[in-house]
Design a protein around this ligand. Structure first.
Ligand code: PEP
Length: 251
């Protein structure tokens, strides 16, 4: 099944609004109206408005980096999916390893957020991946299985099809160490197998992105693997020059 590739930029806690406007504007100029690959930028909350304005006349989409599952309420410091959607976000990253590591995000909370994002019609990008210790202890498959089962618990095949998975080995995030295309493909194929068991043939249509030190010089080979449907890009998404080259590699 043909799957449209996605190149998504996770800007983490970088960019003030003016910087976000310039960066998103440069990505929008490069992308224009092209829908393949699907291009998404995910600025911090305070730069969303600036980025959304900057991509307005292009095909570039904007996403949040996290959300809460209630629409509103006494949840100090949280931002709801409904708030993101109303602002103009179509996507949201859920369960990024930095959120799991520093903010105690669990598969259970990701599952609640995922269901809410889907009910709002948003596209969640669900992050999974093992740490270096877990890889060295040969636990990669077990870790990823637990994460997929927990995050996707209770979803129908129709809902699952509207999600995007990002396989991000934690040891490759921001470290300059990239999983080799073969290493990444092995896990992507395993993830597709898990999704197939849960959701049948629908799994063939679910995009699985690779994340972890994707750069212009390794993107093409990674993206040419059978089960790698694009990338979730951190560091290299903060410069239009490198991010645009990664978009080019996905074309
Ligand atoms: C990320 O933050 O999701 C990521 C993959 O970061 P980097 O590309 O910098 O490794």
């Amino acid at each position: 099944m043909a799957r449209t590739k996605i190149v998504a930029g996770n800007w983490k806690m970088y960019t003030l609004p003016a910087e976000a406007q310039a960066l998103a504007g440069a990505v929008a100029s490069f992308t224009g109206g092209s829908l393949s690959p699907e291009v998404v930028v995910c600025p911090p909350f305070t730069s969303l408005v600036a980025a959304i304005a900057a991509v307005k006349s292009s095909a570039v989409k904007v996403g949040g980096q996290n959300m809460y599952w209630e629409d509103e309420g006494a949840f100090t410091g949280e931002v709801s999916g409904k708030m993101l959607l109303t602002l103009g976000c179509s996507h949201v990253i859920l369960g990024h390893s930095e959120r799991r590591q520093y903010f105690f995000e669990t598969d259970f909370s990701v599952n609640s957020k995922l269901k809410k994002a889907l009910s709002l019609g948003m596209t969640p990008i669900v992050c999974v991946g093992e740490t270096l210790d877990q890889r060295e202890a040969n636990q990669t498959e077990q870790v990823v299985r637990t994460q997929i089962e927990g995050c996707y618990d209770g979803l129908t095949a129709e809902q699952a099809e509207r999600t995007v998975v990002a396989y991000e080995p934690v040891w490759a995030i921001g470290t300059g160490k990239t999983a080799s295309p073969a290493q990444a493909e092995e896990v992507h194929s395993f993830i597709r197998g898990l999704l197939r068991k849960k959701f049948g043939n629908t799994a063939e249509g679910i995009r699985i992105l690779y994340g972890g030190s994707v750069k212009p010089d390794n993107a093409r080979e990674l993206f040419s693997q059978l089960n790698i449907d694009g990338g979730l890009v951190g560091g290299a998404s903060l410069k239009a020059e490198s991010f645009n080259k990664i978009i080019e590699a996905a074309r």
